[in-house]
Write a protein that binds this ligand. Structure first.
Ligand code: SF4
Ligand code: SF4
Length: 326
C-alpha cells in the first residue's frame, strides 16, 4: 500500500465550499456507468441535510418495482431507519492507511514528531484520528520504525427489506473517504442490478456539493433535488444545479414544505423555469411526515395522507423523466 495514498489536500471537501471536481473524480474507483445497459439510476439529493430527501427516498423505495435501493448518505445514514433492513451480508470498509510506530525499532529521536504537520504523533505513538497518512514520518525516520496499517473505517451491508434489496453503510465518526465508500456501495448495487436484471437503482444521495455527492451523482441518469423555500435553500439549489450541470446530469426539483413561504416557492419555480428544470412536486408541510419517521415507516405506507398522496402523484412524473420502463 502506497504511503502516498492519503496525500494532504485530498481531504474530503464537504459542505458548500469550493470543490475541485476533477480532484474528487480522480479519487473514485472505476467509472460507475461502465457497461450499464438496461438499468436507470436515480439519485435524490439536496443542498443540505434535513430537507426531506430520505423521506422521499423511502417512499419511492416503497412505490418503485424491480429496483435496488442504496443509502449513499454515508455520513448521516438514516434510510435504514425507515426501511427496517434484515442484514444478509456485512463487509469491512478499509479506509486510509495510518502510520504505526514500532516501539522496538524507535529510538525516540523525535524527527517524526518534528515533521508531522498534523501533530499526530504524541509520546512516539500515532493518534489514528489525527494522522492524515501523508507518509512524511516514514520518510524521515532513520530507524525504519514506521509502517502503514490498513484501517477499518466502516462497514458495508447488503440487506433485504419489505421493499427489495438494499445497500447501506456505516462510517466510523471522523473517518474521511466517504466519497470512496459511496462509490463502493453503488458499485455493489450495480453488480447486483446487472445480475438480477433490475430496472432501477434508487439512491438517497449525500447532501451538499462535496466529494460524497459527486460520488453519488457520477454516472446516474437523473438527480431529483429536494429544496425548501428558504433563502439558503434557494442558494443551495443553485449550487447543486451547477454541479449536476457540470456533470451533464438531468435534474428535476421537488419543493418540500412549499407552503411555508409561497413567495420563495414562486421564485424557485421561476428560477427552475429559466434553467429548463422541471419542478415535479410540491409537498406541503405536514407533521405526519415526522410521525412516519418516528414510526420507522416510509411516509406512503404509514397512513393515508395528503402529503403522502402528493408523493404518490410525483412518482410517475419522476419515472417519465428518467425514462424508466417500470
Ligand atoms: S503521523 Fe503525521 S507525518 Fe506520519 S503519516 Fe500521519 S500525518 Fe503524516
Ligand atoms: S523518527 Fe523514527 S526513530 Fe525517531 S522518534 Fe520517530 S519513529 Fe522513532
Amino acid at each position: 500500500m502506497s504511503v502516498l495514498s492519503g496525500i494532504p489536500g485530498n481531504e474530503e471537501k464537504r459542505g458548500l465550499g469550493q470543490v475541485d471536481y476533477a480532484d474528487c473524480q480522480s479519487a473514485m474507483p472505476a467509472p460507475l456507468n461502465a457497461g450499464k445497459s438496461y438499468m436507470k439510476q436515480l439519485v435524490i439529493i439536496s443542498g443540505k441535510g434535513g430537507t426531506g430527501k430520505t423521506t422521499l427516498a423511502a417512499s419511492f423505495a416503497a412505490l418503485a418495482e424491480n429496483k435496488i435501493t442504496c443509502d449513499c448518505d454515508v455520513d448521516a445514514a438514516d434510510l435504514h431507519l425507515l426501511l427496517s433492513p434484515r442484514d444478509i451480508k456485512k463487509e469491512v470498509f478499509s479506509g486510509m492507511p495510518r502510520a504505526f510506530i514500532d516501539p522496538d525499532k524507535c529510538n525516540q529521536c523525535g524527527k517524526c514528531v518534528e515533521r508531522c504537520r498534523f501533530s499526530a504523533i504524541n509520546d512516539f505513538k500515532v493518534d489514528e484520528l489525527a494522522c492524515e497518512g501523508c507518509g512524511v514520518c516514514q520518510l524521515v525516520c532513520p530507524q525504519g520504525a514506521i509502517d502503514f496499517r490498513e484501517n477499518e473505517a466502516g462497514e458495508i451491508f447488503y440487506s433485504q427489506t419489505d421493499y427489495g434489496d438494499f445497500f447501506h453503510a456505516r462510517l466510523k465518526p471522523g473517518e474521511p473517504n466517504s466519497g470512496r465508500l459511496v462509490s463502493l456501495l453503488r458499485q455493489k448495487a450495480m453488480e447486483l442490478a446487472k445480475q438480477k436484471k433490475v430496472d432501477l437503482i434508487l439512491s438517497d444521495g449525500s447532501p451538499g456539493v462535496g466529494c460524497p455527492v459527486i460520488a453519488s451523482l457520477s454516472g446516474t441518469d437523473m438527480a431529483l433535488i429536494v429544496v425548501e423555500p428558504t433563502l439558503s435553500g434557494e442558494h443551495d439549489l443553485k449550487r447543486v444545479l451547477e454541479l449536476t450541470g457540470h456533470f451533464g446530469i438531468k435534474s428535476a426539483v421537488c419543493i418540500n414544505k412549499y407552503d411555508i413561504n409561497l413567495d420563495n416557492t414562486k421564485r424557485i419555480e421561476k428560477f427552475c423555469k429559466t434553467k429548463g428544470v422541471s419542478v415535479v412536486g410540491h409537498l406541503p408541510y405536514d407533521p405526519i411526515v415526522t410521525r412516519a419517521m418516528v414510526a420507522g415507516k416510509p411516509l406512503v405506507v404509514y397512513e393515508d395522507s395528503g402529503v403522502g398522496n402528493k408523493v404518490k402523484q410525483m412518482w410517475p412524473k419522476v419515472k417519465d423523466l428518467i425514462g424508466d420502463k417500470q
